[in-house]
Design a protein around this ligand. Structure first.
Ligand SMILES: Cc1ncc(COP(=O)(O)O)c(C=O)c1O
Length: 396
């Protein structure tokens, strides 16, 4: 492995990757199942795959494509995909419904709605996941309790309450501690834990959540019409989303897989740290790290997805907050002819990083980018903290 330190970015470039694929986990078929369920929701709408054609042209690459999740379910982030799919599968199991054929409409029957009222879900979140779980619980008529780490901005708490949570509380714990706390409450009170990260003995729900995220990949596949990505940039908190999307593409294009880049905040780069330690195991960033990328402020990689992150990734990167600010502004002020994209702090870091790479010939050749490159990014959130968004985007 090669370590490159730039002013605002640390890069771990793998000379060789072990490679990852599976016939069972995070497959195309599973993405179709998740899409089938999401399409059954009355508020479902495919999110756009936006092409930054002028930017691609000016930097000499074939395409820069952005899956824009800022409009997903009116929640301004992709996370509701995972929460809703996990809640759906858990309820199917509870009511002995066929998980393969059930759809949202089956939950509208009076006797099922009555039973749903008695079910209470609980989760820990740094914002978007909790909003997704609160929203998913409320559309099924269940209760939800959502706990957040210290430092969470009030706007995020309020958005969770508005999405339907019965409890939405900012604790004085850090993210890893608040995850433990939610787990303990689930045991004490008989609530069902819907957590977007895993540990020994708690793997099934996080796998369902990750499968829910695959709806983004299934939609993107249909939208790309004959193109396939050569490079994919994925931002990571616990790495569930990044690992799930990476796994999908590694499974789908086993012969010639795209180059995957993981992007994290420099203060809390737990996937980067784990790759750098190179002992095959996930490692934790301790303490109370600070970053404006709230959704990525997670100290420990998700264990079920860790093998994908360890074996299927070409580049691990740790970025200063300035990189995501640059990405937010570039999305908001595109080159003439390109669409404007509203992207929040955790959504824009991949674009900020990509621009740094494209402006630096040494990095561009390290990433093997040229006029054949088709680069896929996911704008994972819109302006989820509207004040923060305005401060950053209007401040130039
Ligand atoms: C907007 C946004 N992007 C990316 C992520 C990262 O997802 P994960 O924690 O699965 O790595 C999150 C997590 O909350 C998020 O809210």
């Amino acid at each position: 492995m090669q370590i490159i330190n730039k002013d605002l970015i640390r890069i771990l470039a793998m000379d060789e990757i072990a490679g990852w694929h599976s016939d069972r986990m995070f497959t195309h078929e599973q993405s179709e199942d998740a899409l089938h369920f999401h399409k059954s929701l009355p508020m479902y709408q495919e999110t756009e795959l936006k092409s930054l054609t002028a930017a691609a042209h000016s930097y000499g690459v074939r395409k820069i494509l952005v899956k824009d999740e800022s409009t997903r379910f009116g929640l301004k982030a992709f996370k509701g995909l995972g929460g809703s799919y996990a809640v759906f599968r858990l309820l199917c199991q509870r009511f002995k419904m066929n998980e393969d054929t059930a759809v949202f409409e089956d939950f509208q029957k009076k006797e099922i709605r009555e039973k749903c009222k008695e079910i209470e879900f609980v989760t820990a979140t740094d914002g978007n996941h909790g909003k997704g779980v609160a929203w998913a619980s409320s559309i099924f008529g269940c209760k939800s309790h959502v706990f957040m780490p210290k430092g969470t901005v009030e706007a995020r708490r309020k958005a969770i309450e508005d999405a339907g949570a019965d409890t939405a509380v900012i604790t004085d714990l850090n993210y890893d501690q608040v995850v433990d706390y939610a787990g303990k409450l689930a045991q004490e009170k008989g609530w069902i834990l819907v957590q977007d990260t895993s540990w020994e003995g708690y793997e099934e729900v996080p796998c369902r959540i990750i499968e829910g995220y695959l709806t983004m990949a299934a939609e993107t596949e249909n939208q790309m019409k004959g193109y396939r990505p050569t490079h994919i940039f994925l931002q990571a908190g616990v790495g569930s989303m990044a690992g799930g999307i990476a796994a999908y593409y590694l499974n789908r294009y086993q012969e010639d897989p795209p180059r995957i880049t993981i992007v994290e905040p420099e203060t809390v780069a737990c996937v980067y740290l784990s790759a750098e330690m190179a002992d095959g195991k996930p490692h934790t960033v301790e303490g109370d790290p600070v970053t404006i990328m709230a959704g990525l402020n997670c100290g420990t990689p998700c264990s079920v997805i860790w093998p994908v992150l360890r074996d299927g990734v070409s580049f691990y990167t740790a970025c200063a907050d300035i990189i995501t600010q640059k990405g937010m502004r570039a999305y908001a002020n595109p080159l003439a002819g390109d669409p404007r994209i509203i992207s929040g702090e955790s959504g824009a870091v991949t674009y900020g990083l990509l621009l740094e790479i494209l402006k630096d010939n040494e990095l561009k050749s390290l990433w093997k980018m040229d006029d054949k490159s088709v680069i896929l990014l996911i704008n994972t959130e819109g302006a989820t903290d509207p004040e923060g968004y305005d401060r950053i985007v209007k401040n130039e």
